[in-house]
Design a protein around this ligand. Sequence first.
Ligand code: OXD
Ligand code: MN
Length: 585
Amino acid sequence: MSSHTTNLNVLSWVQEQVRLCQPDRVVWCDGSDQEAERLYQQAVNEGILLRLNPEKHPRSYYHRSNPNDVARVEQMTYICTSTEEEAGPTNNWCEPRSMYRRLEGLTRGAMKGRTMYVVPYLMGPPGSPLAKVGVELTDSLYVVLNMRIMTRMGDAAWQQLGDSDDFNRGLHCLLDQNPERRLICHFPQDNAIISVGSGYGGNVLLGKKCLALRIGSYLGRREGWLAEHMLILGVESPTGEKTFVAAAFPSACGKTNFAMLVPPTAYKGWKIWTVGDDIAWMYPGADGRLWAINPEAGYFGVAPGTNGATNPNAMATIARDTIFTNVALKPDGTVWWEGHDDPPPSECLDWQGRPWTPASKEKAAHPNSRFTAPMANNPSLAREVNDPAGVPISAIIFGGRRASTLPLVCEAFNWVHGVYMGATMGSETTAAASGAVGQVRRDPMAMLPFCGYNMGWYFRHWLNLRKKIKLPPRIFQVNWFRKGNDGRFLWPGFGENMRVLKWVIDRANGSVGAWETPLGWVPRTQDFDLDGMENFDSSDFENLQNINLEEWRREVLSQDELFMRLYSFLPKEMIFQRELLVARL
Ligand code: OXD
Ligand code: MN
C-alpha cells in the first residue's frame, strides 16, 4: 500500500522500525472513511471488536481488554533523559541508551506474523503554530481505530509536516500483554515514545498522554508554552459574550462532564461550549493574553456515571460512531454501565464476558471503562475548536477530589499564589491509574502522572511565563466533592457547577466583589447565586465554604511531603507562599 508521504525522514525511520519489529505486512493508514470501514470489518472478523446493535448504536463497537490491562500504569511509565535531574523526583527515570537497549530486546521480531500499521496524526487544528505531528507504528487495530477518533489522522498530518524532520516517533507493540513486560517510555530529547505490553488507551494512544502531555510539557518548557491536563470551555452569556476557561482536574474527576455542562433552568440564555475535555496547550499570544488549543479530536471518557442527567451532551455524543471498552454488554447488542439511564439489565455479560445479573457482587462495567467518541458528535462543540489560534483564556481552575478541607471555590490573590494553589493540589486517587483508589495524594496541577520533566522546573516555568502574559487569567481552586459528617456530598455538582462558573467568570470580567480569607478570595454569600436550587440554601453554602483551621494545619503539613521531595528544585516563591499561608492561617 502506498505511503501517502514522500518525507524521507519518515520513510527511513519506518524502514528501520520494520527491520526491527519484522512485521509480515505494513499498512500505511490514510484516515479515510473507506479505510475505517475496511478496518472495522477486519477488527470484527478478528474478534477484536464486536459490532453493536446498528439501530441502537449506529456504527459503534464493543471491545474487551485483557483484564490485567485496564488503566494507566504509572509505575511502568518512564521519562528517559540524559540526566536523572531532568526527569526529576516525581518521575521514573532511566538513562536513554540502556532503556533503548532493553526495549530493542523486547521489540525485536515482536511483529512477526502480524501487521504493522503506520498511523500519521496531527495534534491540534491544521495550520496552528502549536500543532504537532506524530507517527505511531502499532500492531493493534484497536489502537488505529481509536487514534482515528482521537486525533486528526491521515493527510492533515503529512500536510503539516511537509518534508520536515520534526515529528514524534511512536512505536507501540502489544507483545503478549504480560504486565511484567509492560513499559511506557518517553525520550523527550528525541521526541520519541516506545510503549510495549499494553493495549489500554492511556498507555497506547500515543498522541494523548504520551505526546500531548509528557513530551508536550517538555517541549513547552523549551519553546515557551504549556501542555496541561485541562479541559477548555466557553461560557456564553444571554447577550452573546463568550468567556473561555481552562480547568485542571485529575483523571476521572469529571472533566468531561464539566466541559459539556448544561446550565440549570434558572440560567436561561446561558450556554456552555466545549473546546476540549482533557488536554490544553496554552501559549502567550501577541495580544498579551494566554491562548489555548485542544490538541485532540475526540473524547476518551469514563463511562460509569455518565447518563442523561450528569452529562446529556456526552450521551448524545456517544449515541453513534463510538468504541466502548470494558462496559457491560446486553443480549440485544447494546451497552450498559453502573450509573446508566437504563436500569440494571436482568442479565448481561460483564466487562470480562462473564454472565452478570443484578444479584452479582461485582460491577458489570469496569470502573475505568471508557467510550471513545468523535468531538464532531458533541452538540455543545465550540465553533472555535478548529481555529488555529485557539481561544483566549480568562480564568484557570484547579480542582481536586477532596472529602474535606477544601472549600467549593476560592480565588488566588495573584498569579504566584495561583501557581502555589495548583502546585499543592491534592486529590483522592481514582480507577484511571492502577493502584489503590481513594487515597489523597499531591497531584500538582493534575500533572503528577503527566509532567515529562522535573516538577520543580515545571513550577518555575509557570512562574516565568507570567512575564510573557500582560493580561494573565485569574486562577481559582474548586472542590465539587466535599462531604458532610453523614458521608453525603454537600454540593450537587454537574449542571449546578454553572453557579461556580458564573462567579468565576464574573470575577474574571471584574463584575463582582469577593471576601478575603486566609486561603484567597471567596464569594460573599449574597453574591453566590442559589436561585432555583432545591434543598440548598445559604447556610449549606457557608458549610461548603467553611475553612477548618485544624484541617488546614494538617493540609499544610501534608503539602510539605511533596515540597520535601522537590526541595532542591523548588522555586523560592513556593516556599514564600507557604510561609504566607501559614501566617494567614
Ligand atoms: C485520561 C486519564 O484517560 O487522565 O484522560 O487517565
Ligand atoms: Mn486525563
